[in-house]
Structure formats: C-alpha cells, structure tokens
Design a protein around this ligand. Structure first.
Ligand SMILES: [Mg+2]
Length: 295
C-alpha cells in the first residue's frame, strides 16, 4: 500500500494508508479448491452503501445500475451476496426480491435465503413494548414537521432527515431520554443511525448475519460493507481474516474505508463477472458414469 492521499470515489483506505481498489480486490480474490463451494460472502448494507442516502427513505429505490451489479456479483463463482439492512421485509422484497441474493431485514432478525420464497425469523423476540413505544414516538413526531415513524415487526425507527434542524434538537433529546427508559425496562437497544433513531430488541443486530454465515460455511471470507452505526455490529462479527469496510466519514472499527457509494460500486464491479460472461455452472458436478478420459 502506498501512502499517497486518497482520491475521492476511487481509492480504499486502511489504517491511514491509501491503496487502490485493485489492491483491495486482490485480498478478496477467490480462494479454496472447489468452485462449487461458496468462498466469499458479501454482506452489504443498503442505504448509504449501495444507494445514496436520500431525504425520504421511500425514494431510495434501487437504480438499474445497482440491480445489474448485484445480479452479476451474485453469479461470480464462489460468491454469496447478502443484503443486510434495517429495512423491512416488505421493502427488501419489493426492491431486491427479484435478485439471486440473500436478504436480511430488520438488522438480521428476518432472513430470506437466496432462492427462498419465504422469510424466516432468526430469533424469537418479545414485541409487547411496541405499542407503548410507538405512542411515545408519535408524540415527538407531532412536534416535528417532516419527522416520521417507521413501524416494523420488531423495530421502531424515527426518521428526521428532512425535518428542520432547529426544531429537531429538543424533541430528539426528550425522545431519546424517554426511549432510554423504555429500553432499560424492556431490554431494548436504542441506536442512532444516519438521522434516524431506532429502538429494537437487544440481541437483534447485524452481527447476527456474519455469525450465521460462518456457521453455515466455515472458513468463508466475509466482506462486510456499511456506512452507519448499525453496521458497527456487522463489522464486529467479521473474523480477523475478513474485510470490514466503512463507507464515508466518521469513527468506525472497520479496517477499511471507502469514500462513498460510487467507490462501493466500483469495488463490486471489479469483483463481478463482466456483463458478457456467462455465469459458471458451479452447481453442476460430473456424473459418476462420465466417460473416463484415459481410455
Ligand atoms: Mg446504511
């Protein structure tokens, strides 16, 4: 790695040193002997990682470029692609359900494996606190034009990205205080995301996903990419030989950093088969009665 300054959008940075995307890609190059075995698991956050953050969460639909990119990456030999998001099952289904990728909704609480038709809960959680918490958040929402509550199966998210900064400060402080009390009482986690405050069951976090994949595929290389506080749990689940990649600025335990969504897409494009390439039939094995070539 050189120590040249990083150029925005094109260069990965690790431990204060700049390097090229090619150098990062070389670390992710397929390893192992059997092409049919998954060897690299891409764990990809969605908002702020695959697509740029937008004022209204509902406007963050995937564009054709990212759909094509994910589709191609998922056909790379030995690659598993898993989107790991705080989004609901319904949104991930609607936006990414047609792709050959695994989906992990609500920070890993729900999983839909690649090719599966149904979602499976990965944990059993108590959601008896949801109505009371929703009521508390609704009161704050009423004080802050532009803020809104997103209600998921076991997560409440208060979005305030488009609210007037000056009008958010006091209600946000009060809401955080009230939710901290609820969190203590009901064993919940209160997490600050990118202009979103989230309340969810303790023990539900993105770190569940790498742990599960490593149990299913021992030795697989985990490449985890994310941009906000909730992705720190994801990074914590990456073993020492894996790659944790923070997108954008801000403190992180990730060992690598990419500047923005464009850099993430460049990295994925470098690892994905070219459009013209037919996907390898990695699932096909020689039949037992195949002719012996030596005779
Ligand atoms: Mg994100």
């Amino acid at each position: 790695m050189s120590h040249e300054p990083a150029a925005p959008g094109a260069v990965a940075v690790s431990d204060g040193c700049a390097g090229t995307l090619q150098e990062l890609l070389a670390l992710i190059a397929p390893r192992g002997a059997l092409p049919r075995d998954p060897r690299v698991a891409w764990l990809l956050d969605y908002d702020g990682t695959l697509v740029a953050l937008v004022d209204r969460p509902g406007d963050a639909r995937p564009d054709p470029e990212v759909l094509d990119l994910l589709g191609r990456l998922a056909t790379a030999p030995g690659a598993l692609v898993e989107v790991v998001s705080g989004r609901s099952r319904a949104v991930l289904d609607a936006w990414l359900g047609s792709l050959p990728v695994g989906l992990n909704a609500e920070h890993g609480l729900w999983r839909k494996a690649r090719g599966a038709s149904t979602w499976t809960p990965t944990l059993s959680v108590d959601t008896s606190w949801l109505p009371l918490a929703a009521e508390v958040i609704a009161q704050a929402t009423g004080q802050v034009p532009g803020a809104h509550l997103e209600l998921k199966s076991a997560t409440l998210a208060w979005h305030y990205r488009i609210a007037d900064r000056a009008r958010v400060v006091a209600p946000l402080r009060d809401l955080r205080r009230d939710l901290e009390v609820l969190a203590e009482r009901h064993d919940l986690s209160l997490v600050n995301g990118a202009e979103v405050l989230e309340l969810r069951c303790r023990g539900v976090h993105k770190g569940l996903v790498p742990a599960r994949l490593l149990a299913e595929h021992p030795g697989i290389l985990i490449v985890a990419i994310g941009d906000d506080q909730t992705d720190e749990d994801l990074f914590r689940g990456v073993p020492p030989d894996g790659l944790s990649i923070k997108v954008g600025v801000g403190p992180s335990i990730a060992r690598w950093r990419l500047h923005d969504v464009a850099a993430v897409r460049s990295l994925l494009a470098g690892a994905a088969p070219a459009r013209e390439t037919q996907p390898l039939r990695a699932d096909v094995e020689p039949t037992q009665d195949a002719p012996d070539r030596e005779h």
